[in-house]
Ligand binder design. Structure first.
Ligand code: FE
Length: 212
């Protein structure tokens, strides 16, 4: 399940049962592999549970907050995100090769996987449903500004939007700009302002006001 190949993620068609094609295929594979003694369903459940509950966007939020308070770390993140992120202990599946893209006053970054659903699991956990959905995957490239508007994010016309297409080999983490009203905030407080969407690029970091 850790191997990830493009082109295998078909659009889903609903049948009479409640499984999508993909879910039914996954179930069938799991059954066959279990019957052949090749996998232990409990081990798979444990992996899924880990990504659903233990590894999540809080990891990425800590990376962003550290980059905001520590210029050396920010430089490292720009130069070699894989290494910089691994130094905080966030490594593993679907996060082996990372690139951090920094928002600035001039440029906003947005991440998509147009072919399937590549996503930096080690820092963001499991992808949201919309990230995997065909409308987001196609429209993020064709009309990024329109997509951002649907997320409630209206950027100035002068802001350039760069769209990064993830692959199985390279995943992106957006480093949002630090909110202006956060002088004196601790790293932990700052991490609390970094939403998952801010790290995909469909949102911004929350204002410091939200903690007051
Ligand atoms: Fe993908």
């Amino acid at each position: 399940m850790s191997e990830h190949h493009h082109g295998h993620d078909h659009d889903h068609h609903h049948h009479d049962n409640h499984f999508t094609d993909m879910e039914a295929r996954v179930k069938a594979l799991e059954t066959v592999l279990t019957e052949k003694g090749l996998i232990d369903p409990a081990a798979i459940d444990a992996i899924v549970e880990t990504y659903e509950t233990k590894i999540g966007p809080r990891n990425g939020a800590r990376v962003v907050a550290k980059a905001w308070v520590d210029p050396d770390f920010a430089e490292w993140l720009k130069r070699d995100a894989t290494e910089a992120i691994a130094s905080l202990g966030y490594t593993g599946r679907q996060g082996e090769h990372m690139r951090a893209v920094f928002n600035t006053a001039e440029t906003h970054n947005l991440v998509v996987c147009t072919l399937c659903s590549c996503y930096p699991w080690s820092v963001l956990g499991l992808p949201p449903v919309w990230y995997k959905a065909p409308p987001y995957r196609s429209r993020a490239v064709i009309d990024p500004r329109g997509v951002l508007q649907e997320f409630g994010l209206i950027l100035p016309e002068t802001t350039r939007i760069r769209v990064w297409d993830s692959t199985a080999e390279l995943r992106y983490l957006v480093i949002p700009e630090r909110p202006a009203d956060t002088d004196g905030f601790s790293e932990e407080e700052l991490a609390g302002l970094v939403t998952r969407d801010a790290m995909i690029g469909t949102g911004l970091a929350l204002s410091g006001e939200t903690l007051r």
